[in-house]
Design a binder for this molecule. Structure first.
Ligand code: ACM
Ligand code: ZN
Length: 558
């Protein structure tokens, strides 16, 4: 045993504060209360016991943990001396867990399936990284004795994967889910549709995937006039989507699908041009950026289409929330105020008159409010709530919507003041498609800007909120848009280790965060990535670039 043990000599001094954090305890996200001694519990051959009250899923997770310990230690459960006992404790908060490690036994308790999963993840991270591997390993298979008591700060701990700009095979999506689970994230927001591709099979509208899932080429790098001429695309069948939903659920992760509307819809319009204001023809977008052509707000057929799509979507995804997009319906920030089809479309204009919306710059937002409200009702009728990007707040949003604040935190702050629930996902701290260093010539191509791991870590979701509105912040999420990301190793490079920093923003109480302690602990996570075969960025080690192309940073971080 050469790791992880530290006696809390300063305990008496700091008795009035939170428990001090042992220096070499390398669990991420850092549990809220940890007290360790230098005794140890021997994991090898310990019996792993399902105590009273565990649900079926929790029992399965405990059995999987037992099998894993047997595999990596090379000793069957029950052949050693100790016992690891998992039991239900209804007095604990949702997602909370406690672990008491003694020399002869480990007692784990949680009130929910997720709590049991998080206890297992904490135990795994306390063990050598080889516990994440798929073979027997010679290692110090012991846990330090002590007590851990833990619960997350935020209920929504999300990560968004864009499968529209580039399509990710089911196996890669599962790898994303696997690594989210290690860091106790509980929500995968899956961006499934956009101008550049429609990725979800909808049986009533087969052309969405026959036509909308394929583009005839893709722009090359950042040359907006280029086209590689290579047909590109793919989609998930409903069976595949159900498989991923079940896979994620077994790891405590809910998938919230996004159908981005009424903008970002060119792929759907290419399949069903009658849903657009001009009737087309349209073509699945080959360049990045945003199409001006969006769903017609004055055509009743559009709402029938949305209702039908949501019927099939909600049958696949059991999530409480469905993300309905709502961003950039009228172009990007540079295009604000320029004419769009809604201004001139006779059906949209008639709808505005019917709704007593006066023509003018604000009329677009009010018409978008009408679309949002209709979709909100469609989903409410199916027992679901909506999340939308912060643009849906412009104008007059109906109550009950949740805002995902992406244009900084301004939208989220305003939404919370108006009484809406909010997920903070500001581009400034949470956009994992941004570069990880300022030496961009050494980096794989990215969309721009600069978001190092330290900046992600520094995000405080309550900053700027009006006092008393904090309870509206449901949580925090990072987003990985994939315009410039086409390969799994690049995807993972953009995700890791920024995801680890994110997890402490999502999980740890603000006064428990400490970047130096996090950096120390990160070494262990990098070892876990190696064992699990993930590609990751090494900026914290003074290296830049994808493996094989790495170069020293000008000023190494250490
Ligand atoms: C967004 O980044 N357009 C939500
Ligand atoms: Zn129209």
């Amino acid at each position: 045993m050469n790791k992880v043990i530290s006696i809390l000599a300063a305990a008496a001094l700091t008795a009035a504060c939170a428990a001090p954090v042992p220096q070499s305890f390398s669990v991420i996200p850092m549990p809220n209360e940890v007290e360790l001694t230098d005794d140890v519990f021997c994991v090898k051959g310990a019996a792993v016991v399902e105590g009273e009250g565990l649900c079926e899923n929790a029992s399965a997770a405990v059995r999987a943990f037992s099998d894993r310990l047997a595999l990596v230690t090379g000793k069957q459960a029950g052949k050693g001396k100790g016992v690891i006992l998992f039991s239900a404790d209804a007095s604990l908060a949702p997602e909370a867990y406690s672990i008491k490690i003694m020399t002869d036994s480990v007692l784990v308790a949680a009130s929910s399936f997720n709590g049991i999963l998080y206890a297992i993840e904490t135990l795994k991270q306390m063990l050598p990284a080889e516990v994440y591997g798929s073979q027997k390993a010679k290692a110090a298979w012991v846990l330090p004795c002590g007590v851990i008591s833990d619960a997350p700060r935020f209920a929504h701990r999300g990560f968004m994967l864009d499968s529209a700009r580039h399509f990710w095979e089911v196996e890669e999506v599962k790898r994303v889910i696997d690594i989210m689970a290690v860091y106790k994230l509980n929500t995968l927001h899956w961006h499934l549709t956009d101008d550049q591709g429609w990725r979800v099979e909808i049986k009533k509208y087969p052309r969405l995937t026959e036509v909308g899932a394929w583009r005839s080429g893709t722009m090359i790098a950042k040359d907006w006039d280029s086209d590689d001429g290579i047909r590109y695309g793919g989609f998930y069948t409903q069976d595949e989507l159900r498989e991923v939903v079940a896979y994620a659920a077994a790891k405590g992760i809910t998938i919230i699908p996004e159908i981005d509307l009424p903008g970002h819809m060119l792929a759907a319009l290419s399949a069903y041009p009658e849903l657009g204001c001009t009737g087309g023809p349209y073509e699945v977008r080959k360049i990045w950026g945003i199409s001006k052509d969006i769903l017609c707000a004055g055509n009743e057929q559009v709402f029938t289409f949305i209702d039908d799509v949501m019927t099939e979507l909600t049958d696949i995804f059991p999530s409480e929330y469905i993300h309905i997009g709502g961003d950039e319906c009228f172009g990007g920030r540079k295009e604000v105020g320029k004419p769009v089809p809604w201004d001139s479309c006779p059906k949209c204009r008639a709808k505005k008159r019917e709704l007593h919306i006066k023509e003018g710059p604000e009329s677009r937002h009010l018409l978008q409010n009408y679309v949002t409200a209709r979709v909100q009702q469609i989903l409410a009728d199916k027992g679901r709530k909506i999340i939308g990007w912060d643009e849906i707040l412009q104008g007059e949003l109906q109550e009950g919507a949740t805002i995902m604040s992406w244009r900084g935190t301004t939208g989220g702050i305003a939404a919370a003041e108006k009484g809406f629930n909010v997920i903070m996902s500001p581009n400034t701290y949470c956009y994992f498609d941004y570069y990880q260093s300022e030496e961009q010539d050494k980096e794989p191509l990215a969309i721009g800007k600069h978001l190092p791991v330290e900046k992600v870590y520094g995000f405080e979701p309550f900053d700027g909120l009006a006092p008393g509105t904090e309870s509206h912040i449901l949580g925090v999420q990072a987003n990985l848009w994939t315009e410039y990301i086409a390969k799994p190793e690049h995807l993972e490079y953009m995700m890791l280790p920024r995801l680890c920093a994110l997890s402490e923003v999502q999980w740890c109480d603000a006064d428990r965060k400490d970047y130096e302690r996090f950096l120390d602990a990160l070494d262990h996570s990098l070892a876990i990535f190696d064992v699990m075969g993930y590609t990751y960025a090494k900026h914290v080690k003074g290296l830049i670039g994808l493996p094989g192309e790495e170069q020293p940073a000008e000023a190494p971080a250490e």
